[in-house]
Design a protein around this ligand. Structure first.
Ligand SMILES: CC(C)(COP(=O)(O)OP(=O)(O)OC[C@H]1O[C@@H](n2cnc3c(N)ncnc32)[C@H](O)[C@@H]1OP(=O)(O)O)[C@@H](O)C(=O)NCCC(=O)NCCSC(=O)C[C@H](O)C(=O)O
Ligand SMILES: [Mg+2]
Length: 297
């Protein structure tokens, strides 16, 4: 299944109750904005946050940025009203927290449809789910294939570490199995997948290392909590100049080999076959869409 080339290098959370952050987001270099009604919003501010987010999305001005609304869980006092508001908000997607089963995805899907959101792609309202509990991880395969409305998975490594009694360590070994399960599920079912947050805002080196690890594992991008983290994620998850140059040479060399009736060729002494060409095309398309996004602001 094809994975879209839409850039999702950086996905910035912001509390829906913070009007200043919602406004500021319109000028930030984020590929995705996650307008949060869940954990970043205090119980007393839930209704205000919902109204503010709905009004902000309706007013627009977010440009090329993909806008997701993270609702409260459907088992909370606010979840159903959040989902109803998100369904008619004009956002690009709705993010459901702490999803643990395929049935939870189907329930959200049914409720969105009941609130008038068209199902499926390309015209429906996409559904995203947070993977952040032990049970969710064990059910990743079923969750990822539960609905044609599903567009992506978002790792919630803070909730996960809390539930596992695990520590946040530089190499993230305590959560690496969970990251792998989600990556397998997302790629098997053609979904986008975003890595969890780096909580220490003063740890630039740790953030860069965590972004680099996310790239190496295969994530499309990283969720972030502060604008100062955007540049690191945008740089890490974009193909660098050397990778792009190599990708273009792979495409050209393989096309020439094919014209001569050969299926394989050496580029820089390394074997290139059709699978490498497909990956090269993905990188080139991703770079082009990052470039186009930069131009459109
Ligand atoms: C962490 C913060 C509370 C810090 O806020 P603040 O003290 O205001 O930071 P600064 O003074 O450095 O802010 C400088 C300017 O940047 C704006 N700002 C700050 N953060 C954001 C943001 N996230 N989006 C947009 N704009 C932001 C400030 O308004 C300042 O602007 P200006 O006035 O023009 O100078 C804060 O950063 C914050 O609230 N971050 C988001 C927290 C959040 O959303 N948490 C929930 C998501 S994380 C999570 O739940 C993960 C998952 O579920 C899991 O389990 O792992
Ligand atoms: Mg969480």
């Amino acid at each position: 299944m094809a994975t879209t080339a839409r850039p999702r290098r950086s996905a910035l959370y912001m509390p829906g109750s913070n009007a200043r952050a919602l406004e500021k987001a319109k000028g930030l270099e984020a590929d995705v904005l996650i307008l949060d009604l869940e954990d970043a919003v205090a119980p007393d501010a839930k209704d205000l946050a919902r109204d503010q987010v709905q009004a902000a999305v309706a007013a627009g001005g977010f440009g090329r940025r993909e806008v997701l609304i993270r609702v409260n869980g459907l088992d909370t006092p606010w979840g159903h009203a959040d989902l109803a508001a998100a369904a008619r908000s004009g956002a690009h997607g709705v993010l459901i927290p702490k999803v643990e089963s395929a049935e939870a995805v189907r329930q959200a899907d049914r409720l969105l449809a009941a609130h008038g959101a068209a199902p499926g792609t390309p015209n429906g309202l996409p559904l995203w789910v947070m993977m952040e509990t032990a049970l969710g991880m064990l059910n990743a395969k079923e969750i990822a294939s539960a609905s044609p409305r599903l567009a992506g998975l978002v790792l919630g490594t803070s909730d996960l570490a809390k539930e596992l009694h695990a520590h946040h360590t530089p190499l993230r070994l305590p959560v690496i199995t969970a990251l792998g399960l989600c990556l397998l599920a997302a790629r098997a079912h053609g979904l986008a997948i975003l890595d969890g947050v780096h909580l220490d805002l003063d740890d630039d080196a740790g953030l860069e290392a965590s972004c680099r690890q996310g790239v190496e594992l295969g994530f499309d991008g990283k969720t972030l909590i502060h604008p100062k983290q955007l540049a690191a994620a945008n740089a890490a998850f974009a193909p660098d100049a050397a990778s792009l140059d190599r990708a273009r040479r792979i495409i050209a060399a393989h096309a020439e080999a094919m014209a001569q009736g050969k299926a394989v060729v050496l580029v820089d002494g390394r074997l290139v076959e059709a699978l490498h060409v497909a990956e090269a095309h993905r990188l080139v398309a991703l770079a082009a869409s990052i470039g186009a996004a930069a131009i459109s602001g």
